[in-house]
Design a binder for this molecule. Structure first.
Ligand code: SF4
Length: 191
């Protein structure tokens, strides 16, 4: 059923990682904004999409007093199971929108996050085996975060294949200063 003649909805939905709209979900010292990722939100308002904010998987798993950790610490069967269940719940909710013919245009993750990274995650450096320290002994490798891997598989089950875009977090922006601007340009072209 479509909206009526006076209904303005764009029928386009962008799914966002929780911290894009709520920096308070991030671990200490990682917030670049007081409240939300301002330039990203401004662009999305301009694009006239609606936002579907997914719960923070790490808070669901281990609460808000957690420390920043590499992907190695999250890539375990028990954690994957919790993330898979969360991904399936979100997918089932999104499926209502899909059934009403709304388009899930994109999923915006948090680049660099062991959980919500899209193309880059932090992992322990191969060569350091003992007395490892975070973030000193971390390197960024081209992989998705553990939750995103589960979420992709879950959305594929209902044949939803959105664009996956990682919004660079603080560590990625300090390593690659142009990455944020490049991502905004990419997003601008895609939506
Ligand atoms: S990147 Fe994911 S796990 Fe980390 S704070 Fe954001 S929503 Fe939570």
């Amino acid at each position: 059923m479509k909206g009526g003649a006076t209904d303005n909805r764009s029928r386009r939905i962008v799914v966002v990682s929780h911290c894009i709209l709520n920096v308070h979900s991030l671990e200490d010292d990682l917030a670049l904004y007081p409240g939300l990722e301002e330039e990203v939100v401004e662009l999305l308002i301009h694009k006239r999409v609606s936002l579907y904010q997914i719960p923070c998987p790490e808070i669901e798993l281990s609460g808000i007093f957690r420390k920043a950790l590499p992907k190695d610490s999250y890539d375990h069967p028990k954690i994957r199971k919790v993330y898979r269940q969360l991904a399936d719940r979100i997918t089932s909710s999104l499926n209502w929108y899909v059934r009403k013919d709304y388009k899930i245009e994109a999923v915006l993750g948090a680049e660099g996050s062991p959980t919500c990274g899209i193309e880059l995650v932090g992992k322990w450096k191969e060569e350091v085996k003992e007395k490892r320290e975070f973030p000193r002994d971390i390197e960024f490798v081209p992989e998705a975060g553990v939750f995103i891997e589960e979420f992709k598989a879950s959305l594929a089950k209902i044949e939803v294949f959105p664009e996956w875009i990682g919004i660079p977090g603080k560590s990625i922006r300090s390593l690659k200063p142009l990455s944020f601007e490049d991502t905004l340009k990419k997003l601008d072209k895609l939506l």
